[in-house]
Design a protein around this ligand. Sequence first.
Ligand code: F6P
Length: 412
Amino acid sequence: MKGNVIVGQSGGPTAVINSSLAGVYRTAIDRGAKKVYGMLYGIQGLLDEQYVDLSKHIKSDLDVEILKRTPSAFLGTCRYKLPDIHANQEIYERIFAILKQLNIECFIYIGGNDSMDTIKKLSDYAILTGHTQKFVGVPKTIDNDLALTDHTPGYGSAAKYIATSTKEVIRDGLGFSYKKKLVTIIEIMGRNAGWLTGAAALSRGEDCDGPDLIYLPEVAFEIDKFMARVKKLLEKKDVVVVAVSEGIRDKEGRYVSEQGGGVDYVDAFGHKQLTGTASYLANAVNQEIGCKARAVEFSTLQRSAAHLASRVDVNEAFMVGGAAVKAADEGDSGKMVVIDRVSDDPYQTATGIYDVHKIANGEKLVPREWITRDGTYVTEEFIDYVRPLIQGDSPSVMVDGIPRHLYMSSKK
Ligand code: F6P
């Protein structure tokens, strides 16, 4: 590699997004990059010339290992939408001037479907204006909703956290007061895709029945039917646990979270902040059925629980980071690295690469046939798909009894 590499992180963080950063850094150094820069707060920070020389912050092999186990975006993230390439040339000129000044050859962006819009626009602009830098995306999102990749780094670890914590919530309920009724509603992220919520089913096994009901956004939510199912379950058992996606909507397409008031915040890509679904439903259960009802929002815990990360996920996140640098160095641009599942048993994957235009801004939903006909659970096919992704652990480096993280004291 003759020139330098710059890498950024964008969108919602995950437990393993920094493992991808470590993979980018390691591979760039191995392939002879003189400098590996990190954008602070993604493309938005770069526009303000906010970047660091990563070698000043990742100083040893131990730092690389700790970085792989550090949740959240080490470099800081953004949800920033670049304008159309014909609408505001000035922004693009500014970005390409910074890239030229830093002698950047490979631009790597770790993100989800919105972030791939940035790779798409920058690579299109480069072709249009004759710039030679290569732009490659690294998949990342707990939502697992990126097209053309078997799954996304970040999903497996979040799924492992959700399955484990759901099991613990169910266990908690089983010790609930004698002859008292309790309904617990667990709210899980994932926006309009139910991949994460479906992972609650992985809590089911020899020692746990799993949640009683699972509602994904792929099927319209009917509160009357939900209430009838809960009442029926309470006739047979005292404690009912329901997993719901933050993004479930009624037949008219209105988010259930909005019906409880919700939050008005909308990001640059037009996504509403979805929160409050579980508390809305818990209140409704309490009012209609009269029993105790509790809302549990896994919220940011499900994407930051690196202490429970899946080893498969940590390793794959590292692998796709490295593959992106290799692809860019070999001349690919306007592409995103994907994970191809080569075999289920033994579980094996390899990296591939796809045109980012087919991925950016899209949403891959759970196939309807992987959800039961009545829309209240996921099927065995769904469980078979997810189970390999949550395997193995990635023990943290423990200091004073808690995990050690790599952090950048000068970032803010
Ligand atoms: O896209 C990932 C995600 O974690 C979604 O599941 C969730 O709706 C959203 O990000 C939350 O984003 P923020 O933390 O910016 O509110």
